[in-house]
Write a protein that binds this ligand. Structure first.
Ligand SMILES: [Zn+2]
Length: 463
């Protein structure tokens, strides 16, 4: 009988890892890093309760680190089999895994310098070399094209509409002469969003893992466009500068698309737009390369010769010097930089420059986790600490919540509504406890399916 072990993304949104077994097949779907609370992060350091040597393959739904960032750690523990993902995910991972390794190495260096680790010397979770080995194992598979990660299992990827390259991973196998099917939702995207196609419909499955990040929330109606235009126009009327901390992959590109649209509609004036994050610049190039993932609207524009990710005055500031030159700008402009939660990166330099001035605006377009500088500013703190310096917060602070790349519960139910029969078992994963519980209640009420919220390291037989 087939089974699933839930090795992450239970009671939390990070650390996605599921072991699928059937006869001799052992396939791990997603290989994510735990992030956030210390108690969760410590799990990255304890050995997995599975035999890594028995694995046939790892299959990744998309490139986000909470779904892939444990991969180099697997390499460190001896994993050397194929890792399957879509072609765009493979391209993104070449950037993102190296970046993740670099951060791990920096953390270890910092701990050694400050003497704050119990271990001497503190070691990184994995190194750049481990990340390079992980990258060498990646096998890009086109969407909707079957591949065989093990002798008994056939899999395909279908577009999940979440970020560039995101997919549902679907596995098929034979049990007692009958075909069985399981769908791993990965992160479920949204409908009618810029650039990406809608999540592809699924008609039927025997087993389903569905994410529940926003299982207890509905995004605002009407989209973020008008709100963004209002904030930009208000700031310009004060001759101020708009600073937008944004995640490098996905959010930055959606912002560029939206700004171009607003500009072409005359809803905002033509302004310099600086994209000041090496990772965001690389990711934007990949969004421009993989136009096969574009939705109809983006494709029409592309065919008309429009670069959908460029406003009239977009400038990609790759070098440190080019980045520093932005500081001299006193004219109204828009600066998009990472990290999205102000935990590091070039955005911190822009805050030092722009946060103390009343005429400027800082716009949050992504989730700000507890304990981050982003959350502190949202809460109204009048100072934040950057590089040991206290920086006064006088700029106007705005939040646009509707830029999320995750379906809300309405959109999840919409996607589930396309299923023509109830799965035998539906597992609700990838959510904080309240979100998962609420989604379970909604599915129970509206669809009457059998659902279960697994706990960490639970093993369930697929009956
Ligand atoms: Zn994701």
């Amino acid at each position: 009988m087939a089974s699933i072990s839930f090795l992450g993304a239970t009671g939390t949104v990070t650390g996605s890892k599921y072991l699928f077994t059937h006869q001799n097949s052992r396939i791990m779907v997603d290989c994510g890093l735990f992030q956030g609370l210390k108690e969760l992060r410590l799990r990255n350091w304890s050995p997995l309760k599975i035999n890594i040597n028995e694995l046939d393959a790892i299959v990744l739904t998309h490139a986000h680190i909470d779904h892939t960032g444990y991969l180099p750690r697997m390499i460190k523990q001896g994993y050397n089999k194929p890792v399957y993902c879509t072609e765009p995910t493979k391209d993104l991972l070449k950037i993102m895994l190296l970046d993740s390794a670099h951060l791990q190495e920096e953390d270890a260096k910092y701990a050694n310098k400050k003497g704050i680790s119990k271990h001497s010397p503190a070691l990184p979770l994995y190194s750049t070399e481990d990340a390079q080995k992980a990258i060498s194992l990646l096998k890009g598979i086109p969407y909707n094209t079957p591949f065989r990660p093990s002798a008994e299992v056939l899999m395909t990827f279908q577009d999940a509409g979440h970020i560039l390259g995101s997919a549902f991973a679907i596995a098929r196998w034979e049990q007692n002469g009958e075909e069985r099917k399981i769908v791993f939702s990965g992160d479920l995207g949204r409908y009618d969003r810029p650039i990406l196609k809608d999540p592809s419909p699924i008609r039927d499955t025997d087993y389903l893992l569905v994410e529940s990040t926003y299982g207890d929330r509905l995004h605002e109606q009407g989209g973020p466009k008008n709100e963004l235009a209002r904030i930009i126009n208000d700031t310009i009327s004060r001759r101020g500068i708009v600073v937008i901390p944004a995640f490098a992959v996905g959010r930055t590109q959606e912002l560029l698309y939206t700004l171009r649209e607003l500009e072409s509609q005359g809803a905002i004036p033509v302004l310099p737009v600086y994209v000041d994050s090496p990772m965001a610049i690389k990711a934007t190039k990949l969004y421009s390369k993989h136009t096969e993932i574009y939705d109809k609207e983006a494709n029409v524009l592309k065919d008309q010769g429009t670069d959908v990710l460029m406003t009239q005055r977009t400038e990609f500031t790759e070098s440190v010097d080019a980045s520093k030159r932005i500081n001299a700008s006193q004219e109204p402009c828009i600066i998009i930089s990472a990290s999205g939660m102000l935990t590091g990166g070039r955005i911190l330099h822009h805050l030092i420059q722009r946060l103390p001035r009343k005429k400027n605006t800082i716009v949050f377009v992504g989730y700000q986790a507890e304990g981050t500088r982003g959350r502190a500013l949202q809460r109204g703190n009048d100072k934040i600490k950057i590089h040991g310096q206290k920086i006064k917060s006088a700029a106007s602070i705005e939040t646009i919540s509707d830029f999320s790349a995750h379906a809300d519960y309405g959109e999840i139910l919409n996607w589930l509504g396309g299923f023509e029969r109830a799965p035998k078992q539906t597992f609700i994963v990838h959510g904080e406890p309240d979100s998962s519980k609420n989604l379970k209640k909604l599915i129970d009420e509206k669809l009457g399916w059998y659902t279960h919220i697994p706990v960490y390291e639970e093993v369930v037989e697929l009956i």
